[in-house]
Design a protein around this ligand. Structure first.
Ligand code: MRU
Length: 345
């Protein structure tokens, strides 16, 4: 599938040999692709964050199912469905918060169930459609979000919600890409501690497209807002509850509180595949805790150390703090009042 025209960055590439993933642990120093040729390799790439970002995780998992069916139909024709079920379970356990993972696996499972004999052509087509539809959704959201910005004097984004995190083009960064073409010129990005998605990925990705940006330490955000340099905070989402609460990268909630304090508007940009229609509000969303080693300096990382780390990697921003949720099916202004049910099909 040709995703080249959507962005210079195309982090997921489906080939006959398997799924090629741009290794996001090695950016920006090295641009290296890893080949995942079976489902466990895809699950591992998601778990170790070679592939990351909610929509990209869902797309990768869909291709993981394709790889599984392809392999087990060849190796174990009698029990291939059992083997595929094991791989589906492995993929589902790779990360807990982004609902796009479960959304994609459910769609793949339904397609598998629909075909008694050889489902391979149909499930390849479905995985490719999930990928293609995500790019189309991003482009649509880019236009809708850019229109909302008007003549914004500056925007701040958090984490990486770009081409790297999606099928291509990006959600929050898709809006910034589209707005950049219309004259936006002050783009700020947080470092996004502790994994530094902003410092390592977002500013790198923007640079690939010739978009200038200014990196700030997460702790500079209040001062930036106080100085009146930005009027919108633009972020992606990992899971949106039915009442409009949004789980996203740790620190989004802090930024949302700061934005409210300083009259900065908050735009959440996410495809409808990020909405969890079974989740009434954000309080029940599972928040992934990652290893202490991702946060702790090496010297504390031993059994005798008295220093621990608490490393939740997402938080939940209440709908009341959100100005607009932008999806490919339209924009919800003031989600706390409007609710998001009008997006359900
Ligand atoms: O831990 P990560 O890097 O997978 O977290 C990613 C985010 O929180 C993104 O903002 C979100 O997935 C939206 S990506 C379009």
């Amino acid at each position: 599938m040709n995703t080249q025209q959507d962005s210079m960055v195309h982090a997921l590439q489906w080939t006959d040999a398997g799924l090629r993933v741009l290794d996001q642990r090695r950016l920006p120093e090295e641009v290296v692709f890893a080949l995942c040729s079976d489902a466990p390799a895809v699950a591992e790439a998601i778990r170790t964050m070679r592939v990351r970002g909610a929509p990209a995780i869902g797309i990768a998992a869909a291709f993981g199912v394709v790889l599984s069916v392809r392999e087990w139909r060849r190796r174990d024709l009698d029990r291939w469905r059992e083997r595929v079920a094991e791989d589906l379970q492995l993929l589902a356990e790779s990360r807990p918060t982004a609902v796009n993972l479960f959304w994609a696996l459910e769609r793949m499972q339904q397609e598998l169930d629909r075909h008694a004999d050889d489902p391979l052509p149909e499930i390849v087509a479905l995985a490719e459609r999930i990928h293609r539809d995500d790019i189309a959704a991003n482009r649509k959201m880019g236009d809708l979000g850019a229109a909302l910005l008007g003549n914004s004097k500056g925007v701040l984004t958090h984490c990486n919600a770009g081409a790297l995190a999606t099928g291509g083009y990006g959600t929050a960064l898709g809006v910034i890409r589209s707005a950049w073409k219309k004259g936006l010129d002050n783009v700020y990005a947080t470092e996004t501690r502790p994994w530094l998605q902003g410092a390592r990925l977002t500013v790198w990705e923007l640079q690939q497209d010739g978009i200038a940006s200014t990196l700030i330490a997460d702790s500079s955000a209040a001062y930036l807002m106080k100085q009146g340099r930005i009027d919108w905070l633009i972020v992606g989402a990992d899971r949106i509850a039915v009442n409009g609460d949004v789980a996203n990268k740790i620190g989004t909630y802090s930024l949302a509180v700061l934005a409210g304090q300083h009259g900065v508007k908050l735009m959440v940009v996410a495809p409808t595949s990020t909405i969890d229609w079974r989740m009434p509000d954000g309080s029940q969303i599972e928040i992934e805790q990652r290893e202490a080693a991702e946060l702790l300096p090496q010297c504390y990382n031993n059994p005798d150390s008295l220093v621990q780390a608490w490393n939740p990697v997402f938080d939940v921003t209440p709908a009341a703090l959100i100005t607009a949720i932008v999806t490919e099916r339209g924009v919800i202004l003031n989600p706390e009042e409007q609710g998001i049910k009008s997006l359900q099909q």
